[in-house]
Every structure is written in structure tokens, then in C-alpha cells.
Design a protein around this ligand. Structure first.
Ligand SMILES: Cc1ncc(COP(=O)(O)O)c(C=O)c1O
Length: 389
């Protein structure tokens, strides 16, 4: 096993490509083997070679977990069968009567888990705009146990000052969970700002090719790692060795892909901002983003997600989304292919309309996950679709 402290000091791009893997000692294979096994033979009763049953651990999964931990500059990684399984496992750290302060713009699946399932177990949630850190402080109650922040958020791309909220979480002795699926460790490493748990949907940029569903949690804390491993072993939300291997393959080009996602997104955000049929563009890299100054200081780049609205609202947005050809009308994000999404009817369909509108999430909002194709082709595709609006 590689020492995580040593990996912390290595160049990020090298960690991205090499992770913790050394060529396989038995064969010299450069690509790590896939240990597609459910169980492991014991040497004798009570003596194994570090693995006893794949629900508990697996060498391919461990390879991925160490790779993810190294990228986040953390001590431990735990890979899950989906981003939602990671979120659910964080919820299992709580008890009946506990309260969570959560940012008001979260992925629709996270909101569904919190509002429609966890409330059945007596956990309560207060949603605040965490772009204003004091809102988090004001929402804290005696029974508050956790602060949950997504940054940038899905789909409004709100940006939270992680250090400011981290100080509030620490001074109130609260668990601080940060979902940075949209940013990836290439651009943002929340452990550096005081997060206890960093959460990812590895379905997105980390695997990057629309080929698996997966999740991960990274932490520096021994106690949380032990609890989450215990939860995972008890519940069984584990990814298959093959899926873990596919994420490892994705991580090897993460730094290159993210640079291109960002470059393309900047070009498209500027194009949209100039477009006469567009009424609003949200992209953390634009100076018009209300938290651009925070994004600039805590992120190394602005990633590949853009949200925008059209003059003509919902009807115009629908026409655009139904007219694109190269941009794919699909759920999900963070892959090499550009995807266009209508959050109100797709990813966030279960969020009540009044709640959406109250936080500025309009019916006509369009979300674009900018891929790594030629940006001119993407702009040409959008331009052709705008002509039909
Ligand atoms: C920010 C964010 N977190 C978590 C998830 C859930 O991940 P998964 O779909 O892998 O369960 C998503 C899914 O879109 C997401 O966008």
C-alpha cells in the first residue's frame, strides 16, 4: 500500500494517471487487474490475505479508493454503488431527532432522499442559501448534527464559501459534508477547507464516459471512515470490481478531460451570454456570477456545467432542447459527450414547483454539461437550434 502522505506531495496530474497502482507484481501488467471475485480462500481459520468477502473489501475497489483519496488529498476513500448510495450512507451516521442544515439548491435525488425518506426516520432538514454563510449559522438548532453543502450546485451552480461554512460547522461541532461532483478534485478539494466528508457521484466526471453508476466518499477522519465502512458492509451498497476498474480508467485522464471541459464551457458560456435569445447565463467562471469572487479564490477552474434561460421561458427552452442534434438530450452530466437537460422535468422533477421557484429555479431553466468535443461544433449545433426558437 502506498503511503497517502507521500501521494499528497506528488503532482496532481501524476496522481491522476498513476493513482496508487504499481505494475502488477505477478505479471507486470500496467493496467491493474480486475479482481472479479465474491470471496477469498483463507490460509487457515482466522488468517486471510487482507480480504475475506467482496462486500467488505476487494482489491480492485481498494485500488480505486486509494486513488480517489490521493486525488482529494485525503486519508481514506470509500467507493459506493452510486452517488446516492454515498449520500444514503452519510445519512446513516444520523439518529432519530437529528437535524441537518442543507444548501437550498441540491440535486433532486438528494432532496428526494432527505425529504421523502429520511424524514420518515425522524431526521429533519432546514434548507438555506449557503452562499451567505450566516444563513447556515442562523439555521443551527441544538439538535443540528450535520451541514450539507453542494458546490457548485445542481442545477443553479450556486457557489458556497467552503472555508466560511467550515468554520461555522467546526465551531458548532457539526459534521461537514461537501458534494463536489460538479467541480472534481481537479478544481476543488474540500478537505483543504475543513470538510469532514467529501462526496462524489463517480457516475459523472470521475469516470467521465457515461459508462457506470458509482459514488465515493473521501475523509481524513479515522472515526468516520470506520463508521462508513461498517455501514457499507452492513448495507452492501458496493460497486462491482468491473465498475471500479472503469472509474480507475477514467481517473487516468481526469486532469486532461477537466481542462477541456472547462475550456469548452468558457467558450460556450461567453457565446450564450452574448446571444440575443438568452436572458440569463449562470457559470461560476463568468464575472456576472454573484459568487464569482469566491469561485475564483477556492477553485482552480470552473468546470463544465452551465445553466441558462431563454427569452420566452419554458416554451423557448423546450424548443431549443428538442432541436439540438449534437448536444444530447439526456439525464446526467460530466461525460465526454455534451448533454442538455431540462432540470424541472428531468433531474429535479420531484422538487415541488413552489420550492423551485422560490430559489430562482425557473421552469425554463436549461442545463448544459459541456463535453470535450470541438467547441465550434457545439456552438454551431446550438446556433442551428436557436434558429428554431
Ligand atoms: C451533485 C450530485 N450529487 C449526487 C448525485 C447522485 O449520483 P448518482 O446518480 O451516481 O447516484 C448526482 C446525480 O446527478 C449529482 O448531480
Amino acid at each position: 500500500m502506498t503511503n497517502p502522505m507521500m501521494l499528497r506531495n506528488m503532482d496532481f496530474d501524476t496522481i491522476s494517471v498513476r493513482g496508487k497502482s504499481k505494475p502488477d507484481p505477478t505479471t507486470g501488467a500496467i493496467v491493474p487487474p480486475i479482481y472479479q471475485t465474491a470471496t477469498y480462500v483463507l490460509e487457515e481459520i482466522g488468517v486471510d490475505k487482507g480480504f475475506d468477502y467482496t462486500r467488505s473489501s476487494n482489491p480492485t475497489r481498494q485500488d480505486l479508493e486509494e486513488h480517489l483519496a490521493a486525488l482529494e488529498g485525503g486519508k481514506y476513500g470509500i467507493a459506493f454503488s452510486s452517488g446516492m448510495a454515498s449520500a444514503d450512507s452519510c445519512m446513516k451516521l444520523l439518529r432519530q431527532g437529528d437535524h441537518v442544515v442543507c444548501c437550498d439548491d441540491v440535486y433532486g435525488g438528494t432532496a428526494r432522499l432527505f425529504n421523502n425518506l429520511m424524514t420518515n426516520y425522524g431526521v429533519e432538514f432546514t434548507y438555506v442559501d449557503s452562499q451567505v454563510a450566516e444563513n447556515v449559522q442562523k439555521a443551527i438548532r441544538p439538535e443540528t448534527k450535520m451541514v450539507w453543502v453542494e458546490t457548485p450546485t445542481n442545477p443553479l451552480l450556486k457557489v458556497t464559501d467552503l472555508e466560511a461554512v467550515g468554520k461555522i460547522a467546526r465551531s458548532n461541532d457539526l459534521l461537514y459534508v461537501v458534494d463536489t461532483t460538479f467541480a472534481t478534485p481537479v478544481f476543488l478539494r474540500p478537505l483543504e477547507y475543513g470538510a469532514d466528508l467529501v462526496l462524489h457521484s463517480t457516475t459523472k466526471y470521475l469516470s467521465g464516459h457515461n459508462q457506470i453508476i458509482g459514488g465515493a466518499i473521501i475523509t481524513d477522519r479515522d472515526d468516520l471512515y470506520d463508521q462508513l465502512k461498517y455501514i457499507q458492509k452492513s448495507v452492501g451498497a458496493v460497486p462491482s470490481p468491473f465498475d471500479c476498474w472503469l472509474v480507475i480508467m477514467g481517473l487516468k485522464t481526469l486532469h486532461l478531460r477537466m481542462q477541456r471541459h472547462w475550456d469548452n464551457a468558457e467558450k460556450i458560456a461567453s457565446y450564450l451570454e452574448e446571444h440575443p435569445k438568452v436572458s440569463k447565463v449562470v457559470y461560476p467562471g463568468l464575472e456576472s456570477h454573484p459568487m464569482h469572487h469566491v469561485a475564483k479564490s477556492q477553485m482552480k477552474g470552473y468546470s463544465g456545467m452551465i445553466s441558462f434561460e431563454l427569452e420566452g421561458g419554458l416554451e423557448a427552452g423546450k424548443k431549443l432542447m428538442n432541436s439540438v442534434e449534437l448536444c444530447l438530450l439526456a439525464e446526467s452530466l460530466g461525460a465526454v459527450e455534451t448533454m442538455i437537460t431540462h432540470p424541472a422535468t428531468m433531474t429535479h422533477a420531484e422538487v415541488p414547483k413552489e420550492e423551485r421557484l422560490a430559489r430562482g429555479f425557473e421552469d425554463g431553466l436549461v442545463r448544459l454539461s459541456v463535453g470535450i468535443e470541438d467547441p465550434n461544433d457545439l456552438i454551431a449545433d446550438l446556433e442551428k437550434a436557436f434558429e428554431k426558437v
